[in-house]
Design a protein around this ligand. Structure first.
Ligand code: TYD
Length: 164
């Protein structure tokens, strides 16, 4: 099992300063029968869960993702197997291995995700803050970069205004 990368912290409402991405430490209840983990909105997941989807039956070498969401937030949980998540917030690209069903990954809006290196039999469970909407997707990387730059410029203007 991989150790938690240092740049990612257990989920707290405050996100990491380097990159607004954090791990979600889920409860793990273990007895002689096995393990049980769970996730609750407001406790482990920082949004109301409006949709659940899961990725499974992956072909060898398959990659998923390849897009960002304008508003939808997600928590990804590797409920079986192991895979790599590449996260890009428009400034930095980070890599994390998800391999523990009791450790999820919170992904805010406006983060470009690529999921790769799925071990056979892997299943990625996603908890999402919004119903499916194709309009919420950005599937073109240059468009994502432009939108991300515009969002951070707006944030910097708002921050500057707040200190006037
Ligand atoms: P997509 O989000 O592109 O998959 P991934 O992130 O794994 O690469 O979705 C693949 C297809 O499934 C696409 O046609 C949209 C559809 N889809 C839904 O209809 N509802 C959903 O909740 C999701 C996540 C996808």
């Amino acid at each position: 099992m991989n150790s938690i990368p240092q740049h990612l912290t257990a989920f707290e409402p405050a996100l990491t300063s380097e990159c607004a991405i954090s791990l979600v430490m889920l409860p793990r209840i273990t007895d002689e029968r096995g393990c049980l983990s769970f996730a609750e909105s407001g406790r482990h997941v920082p949004f109301d869960i409006r949709r659940v989807y899961y990725i499974y039956g992956l072909s060898e070498g398959a990659a998923r993702g390849g897009h960002a969401h304008r508003e939808c937030e997600r928590v990804l949980i590797p409920i079986a197997g192991e895979f790599v998540v590449w996260m890009d917030d428009g400034r930095q690209r980070r890599r994390v291995v998800l391999d523990d069903p009791a450790v999820g990954l919170y992904v805010p809006a406006m983060v470009w995700l690529d999921l790769t290196d799925f071990q056979p039999g892997s299943v990625c469970l996603a908890l999402a803050s919004a119903l499916y909407s194709e309009a919420d997707y950005i599937r073109d990387y240059p468009t994502f970069k432009r939108a991300s730059r515009a969002a951070s410029e707006l944030y910097e203007i708002e921050l500057a205004d707040a200190f006037l």
